[in-house]
Design a protein around this ligand. Structure first.
Ligand code: NAP
Length: 295
């Protein structure tokens, strides 16, 4: 039997509506408009599209959106000054510096200049540490989106065997912490792991965040398992065009899995909405208002 397709687009649309309604209430009751600032250094076309979409989504939800575009050769001290200025600006509640940065810039120094209260990507050491301590209110957007999809499609994941393939700061590490906090039994795999197919076959929930098209094969998947495909890879579609695919061999995997996220339309659809949720949370926290819960 073919797997249930996890509809990230539909879940994202529901969350979007709730965020817009909450933002409208916040404005009416407290005169507070959440503000998101995006910073892009250089003109990588994919990053330009991502940043534009973030700005558009923010505006559609009634947020204030500020975009700062800096040339590719921006010196380190200028970028740090921009980030510090935004950190001090009371009308900006969330700051997103689009990564990766051009090679001459030091990402760690940029994150150190960012006020953790405005770190809506949750990449600063402060927010990573708060997540580890179970006290974070700003959680990395893609892992947060994955947890919402699991909540909706699986429910309680206590005691489930979960394999997360990939250990990036942006996804794998925070995802593993959130899964652990939800009482799953979590295994993390990476490029040095031995016998990935064997590890994968144990998993009730298999999460792939590798960045390699079709890397996870159908015969790695335990029949009926939930497959969460985080990968976004652009490949040649053969007709002079390109198309997006995930890290899982989707067509074959959906015949074995119990449920699976498509690419596009799965995890990716949730990420941007979770960024908006973080901006809303950050705005409330910075104004000593109760944090929105159960959105
Ligand atoms: P990343 O920083 O490049 O990390 C990739 C991870 O995969 C690393 O931990 C690496 O292991 C592991 N890996 C690489 N080759 C492997 C192999 N042969 N076997 C096992 N593990 C292997 O990537 P990322 O930022 O986490 O992103 C991963 C994918 O998710 C990308 O396609 C990215 O575009 C996508 N993504 C999507 C969203 C979204 O919104 N949907 C958000 C973030 C990322 P090592 O640590 O040992 O090198």
């Amino acid at each position: 039997m073919s797997a249930t397709i996890i509809d990230g687009k539909a879940s994202a649309a529901k969350l979007r509506e709730k965020i817009a309604a909450y933002a409208a209430e916040l404005k009416a009751a407290h005169g507070l408009q959440p503000g998101l600032a995006t910073v892009l250094v250089g003109n990588d076309p994919a990053s330009e599209v991502y940043v534009r979409n973030k700005g558009k989504t923010a505006e559609a939800l009634g947020f204030r959106s500020v975009h700062i575009a800096l040339p590719a050769d921006t010196p380190q001290n200028e970028l740090l000054a921009t980030v510090r200025q935004l950190s001090a600006d009371k009308t900006v509640h969330g700051i997103l510096v689009q990564l990766p940065l051009p090679k001459h810039l030091d990402e760690a120094a940029v994150l150190d200049a960012l006020d953790p209260a405005k770190d809506v990507d949750a990449l600063t050491p402060t927010n990573a540490g708060l997540l580890l301590s179970g006290r974070a209110h700003l959680v990395s957007c893609t892992p947060a989106g994955v947890m919402l999809l699991l909540q909706e499609y699986v429910g309680d994941i206590a005691g489930k065997e979960v394999l997360v393939i990939g250990r990036s700061l942006l996804f794998g590490k925070p995802a593993a912490q959130l899964l652990l906090a939800a009482n799953a039994t979590v295994t993390m795999a990476h490029s040095r792991s031995k016998d990935l197919p064997m590890l994968a076959r144990r998993a009730d929930i298999l999460v792939a965040a590798i960045g390699k098209p079709g890397f996870v094969k159908a015969d790695w998947i335990k029949p009926g398992a939930v497959v969460i495909d985080v990968g976004i890879n652009r490949i040649d579609a053969g007709d002079g065009k390109t198309r997006l695919v995930g890290d899982v061999d989707y067509d074959a995997a959906k015949e074995v899995a119990g449920a699976i996220t498509p690419v596009p339309g799965g995890v990716g659809a949730m990420t941007i909405v979770c960024l908006m949720q973080n901006t809303l949370i950050a705005a409330c926290a910075q104004n000593n208002l109760p944090l929105p819960t159960g959105l």
